[in-house]
Structure formats: C-alpha cells, structure tokens
Write a protein that binds this ligand. Structure first.
Ligand code: RAM
Length: 539
C-alpha cells in the first residue's frame, strides 16, 4: 500500500538559530579511492543451495544468483568490448561514492558515438533485474542505472551521482562496425563522515558475532554522510526513527556526537506550524522538513534527545530542545479520545512501527507514547522541572490503565489492537518497552508471543531492534543474543555486506514498495547489533 503524506498549503515554522547550529556542525567528508578487486559473472541459479555459502567468503549464492570470478582487474584493459558485451566489476565490499573510469576506442575509426549502460548494485541480483519490470509506488528513479552517449574518445567518464554499490555493470549498447571500446582505471571515490579505524574491533570469541558487528559498523559508517542517512541508495535523508537507532549505535562505536547534535537541530530547525516534528528531513539543497508526520517518530525525538544528553553530557542542548520535546508529548496527549486512548487512524501513514502488511498501529502508538513519556519524566527531573515530571507521571498511569483496559485480552493473554482486535508482534514488543506490566509479567508475555508467533510478524531490522531491546529488558540476554545471530546472521548467510532495510527470513522478496528492486541494502536502522553487543556486552 502506498504510504506517504502530502499536505496542501503545507505551513512550517523555522528556527534560524537552530538551523544555524546545524549548519555549523556540518562534517567534512573523508574521501579515499577504492578500486575493483576482480571481474565477475553474475548468473541466475534456479536452486538456492545455502550450504554452499560460507561465512566470510565472497563467492557464494545470494538470493537466487551465483557470483563467479571471471578475471582479474588487469584483464579489463585487454578486453575489446563490442555491441552487446558486458563487464561486471566487483569493488570487494559495499561502497558509497563517486565513480569514474577511462574509455578509449580501438579499431580503424571512431565514426559513431559509443552508447553504454551502467548499473550499480548493492547486492548481485540487482545486476540481473530488468528495470522495465518495476511497477512499484515509489519512484523508479532510485534504481541506479544510467545510459550514456560518448561523442568523443578517449574520455574520462566521471559520473555526477553518488552511488551505493558493490557491483558495477558496464554494457556496450552500441559502437560501430569500425571500433570497439577499452575500459580502464575504474575507481570509486568513497565518502563517509567517519573512519573505520576509529573503532576497536570486537574480538568476542565468536566469529559470527564479530562478523555481525563488522557488518553493522560498515552499515553505519556508509550511512554517516552529511547527515545520518537512512539508506545510501534510498532515501538518502534523515528519518527520525532511523536517527534514534543510528545515534545509539554511534555512541558505542564512532562516537560522533556532533553528527547526532546536527541532526537534532535540523529536525528542530523546521517543524510543522504547530510545532510537530516531521518524520523526515531533507538536508539539501536547502534544509527543509517533509510534510509527513508519523506519531511514533515525532515522539521518539524525546528519547533521541535524552540518549544524546546521556551519551555526551551536553546539558545546553538538552535545555534548548527540551520545550520542543515536551511539545511532541503534549500534542499527542491533546489528541487522545475520552477513554485516554490514541485514536486509530486506520490504514493511513500516521504511525510507522514496522512495514508489516496490515499492521494495526493503535496499541503500538499508545505504547510509544507511554515509552516516550517515561523518558520525558527523566528529562524533566534532570532539568529540575518537578512540576512537569509529576504531571507526566500522572498522565502515564492513566495511559497505562487505559491501555490494559482497551488492549489486553485476558483470554489470549496478549495485547490486541484496533477495532479488529489484531494481535501483532509489534503491539506486544512496544507494550513491553512501555513497561505497562512489571518485568516478570513482561517476560512471560515475550515468551507467549514467541510461542504463539502472531501472523502479523516483524519484517524490518528496525522492529527487530525493539524486539531485542524488549528481550534485554526482560532479562533474556541469552535469547537476545541467539535472536541477533539468527536474524542478522541470516542476512550474512544470505550474502549481506551491509545490513538491509527489510529482512524477512520467510520471504526474501518482502518489499513494502511493490518490488524489492528499490529496497535498500545498506540501511542504517539495521546496524544496532553493534549497539547491543558493545553496550550490553552480549557474548
Ligand atoms: C522508508 C525508509 C525509512 C523509514 C521510513 C518510515 O522510507 O525505509 O528508513 O524510516 O520508511
């Protein structure tokens, strides 16, 4: 289902001082050249044989394709490429950057322009996909494919876009009978605001866990650009829910506090006219808030700010952004119904939680509100605002009571959501995080959820993060570790160099967009195993 918000005559409120602070914190990107490691051939395989794949190898079966070495980089220049010829370069790992290469003609005369196609792929199967088969609801323009005429050769092609990829295909669509093409010096100028060397390796004693951590770090590093981007292939911008998880992982890895601060000030620098924080923010060409409001994302500004304060000790920022954080809570409290419940807005894109098909958001939204208020109370106490802390505590008691009354099903011993009384993983997990019940009751609830395995399951690493967090808060650390290894380890077994936007072990082709061609395969909200492992010492 198409999920976006468009508001006619959208009015916003700008705070130039906040935007100025964000601008002053803009990072200088580190840049370094990366060259391909080999030439590969990517072909379709009809049977996926998982056991042939081994952790740590670059060869292997990914989705339903096989990647096979077919030459060294030095072989590239020796190839004479004519109409229909293709060459696929493997850059060794997932890269984000600007690509250039040299092209020359060989033969009698360069008597017609050369016409080439290039495709950039985060995972190998993207190379084989036909873009004309894409009929999803978000723009096809996210598919990283270019068609280029070269009128004069030799030439150095410098592509103006930034790409997110490991594999690059160059296909010759036409030359002329008189000449062929020779390609040389392909290079990607890799960009990121942080450096891998700044993070000590994990050495947990468990090879898979170390690898999960490494892949998580790489995911976060690649997405740390001029802002914390959600994904570097798509959407290449700030989303609040994503920011929160990136920030958490960042505090125990790259420790780039200024990046989090910059992102907080961007969100605060332009809001909806009534003070609501947008779900998503464009940082270029000019800073600008998107006209999408997601209740849970706006509320998560509260823990994002508080986590930042706790990690950095930056009291000044906490003080300055505190009123805006409180405003997010007040707006949601003012919109409750008479029974003290969040109003269910049905299928609209009003609250996110997860991309699960048909997920009802009412109970989850109520839980996120309670969760954020808990954090708001702590924040108010740090700032000596006792009156606020007391009123929020009263609100939370009322919200919890209302939640149990409306959503707890005593027969099922699970939370239900919406008119349809839907049982989902998301509702249970968020109610646990909201601490609506005590720890022991929550522990039983998470086990019951696992045992019943509700049909509306979790499909994003974002939701899985909250599930792992819930397990840890229920003192189920061993199980949390097991689940990290199963879920994120599953992505690695399926060939991930960086973690993905969506991963459903039971449906590898899951996509909320109508086609996984536009799914993102380096998506920062999936980097949090590094946070769990490093923060809680899970081993
Ligand atoms: C998608 C992106 C982004 C997420 C939103 C809700 O566009 O995956 O990361 O935060 O949805």
């Amino acid at each position: 289902m198409a999920s976006y918000g468009i508001i006619e005559n959208f009015k916003t409120k700008k705070n130039p001082s906040f935007l100025g602070k964000a601008a002053a914190l803009a990072p200088l990107l580190n840049r370094h050249p990366v060259r391909p490691t080999r030439l590969v051939e990517i072909t379709e395989t009809h049977q996926v044989v998982q056991s042939e794949w081994q952790v740590g190898e670059t060869e292997g079966r990914r989705h339903d394709v096989t990647v096979r070495t077919c030459g060294e980089l030095e072989d590239l220049e020796r190839r004479k490429l004519k109409k229909g010829d293709r060459v696929t370069l493997d850059f060794g790992n997932h890269q984000v950057g600007y690509v250039s290469f040299h092209v020359q003609a060989t033969g009698s005369h360069f008597d017609a322009p050369a016409y080439i196609r290039m495709k950039f792929a985060e995972i190998p199967c993207e190379i084989l996909e036909d873009s004309s088969d894409y009929h999803g609801w978000i723009s096809k323009s996210w598919i990283q494919e270019e068609y280029l005429h070269l009128d004069f050769l030799p030439a150095t092609v410098k592509l103006p876009r930034r790409y997110a990829f490991r594999y690059m295909l160059i296909e010759v669509l036409d030359t002329s009978p008189k000449y062929a093409l020779k390609i040389s010096e392909p290079v990607c100028e890799y960009v990121s605001a942080v450096e891998m060397d700044s993070v000590p390796p994990l050495h947990s004693g468990d090879a898979l866990l170390d690898q999960i951590d490494r892949v998580g770090l790489k995911t976060l590093m690649n997405c740390t650009q001029m802002v914390f981007e959600d994904g570097v292939k798509r959407d290449r911008r700030l989303w609040l829910g994503d920011l929160r998880l990136q920030a958490l992982a960042n505090y125990c890895t790259f420790r780039n506090y200024d990046m989090v601060k910059r992102c907080l000030y961007l969100f605060a620098g332009e809001t909806f006219e009534d003070g609501r924080i947008g779900a998503c923010f464009f940082h270029e060409p000019e800073p600008c808030v998107d006209d999408t409001y997601l209740m849970d994302y706006a509320l998560l500004f509260v823990p994002t700010l508080f986590d930042y304060y706790e990690a950095s000790g930056d009291l000044e920022t906490l003080q300055e952004l505190y009123p805006l954080a409180m405003r997010q809570i007040d707006i949601c409290l003012a919109a409750l119904d008479k029974a003290h419940l969040v109003v269910d807005k049905g299928e609209d894109f009003w609250c996110f939680l997860d991309w699960g098909e048909g997920l009802n958001k009412q109970a989850g939204a109520q839980a996120v509100l309670i969760y954020s208020i808990h954090c708001g109370i702590r924040m108010a106490r740090v700032l000596g605002d006792e009156e606020r802390a007391a009123s929020l505590s009263r609100e939370n008691e009322a919200l919890k009571k209302a939640a149990v009354q409306a959503f707890w099903d005593e027969d099922l011993k699970l939370f239900v959501s919406g008119q349809e009384r839907q049982v989902s993983w998301a509702s249970q997990v968020w109610m646990i995080l909201a601490q609506v019940f005590d720890r022991e009751t929550n522990r039983k609830l998470i086990h019951r959820t696992r045992q019943k395995n509700p049909r509306i399951h979790m499909v994003t690493p974002y939701m899985y993060h909250h599930y792992i967090d819930a397990l840890i808060r229920c003192d189920e650390r061993e199980l949390a570790l097991e689940e990290i290894k199963r879920y994120w380890g599953g992505m690695i077994r399926d060939g991930a160099d960086t973690f993905w936007e969506l991963y459903d072990p039971d449906n590898k082709y899951e996509s909320p967009y109508g086609s996984c061609m536009v799914n993102s395969y380096c998506h920062a909200w999936s980097c949090t195993p590094s946070y769990f492992v490093r923060k809680f010492g899970l081993r």
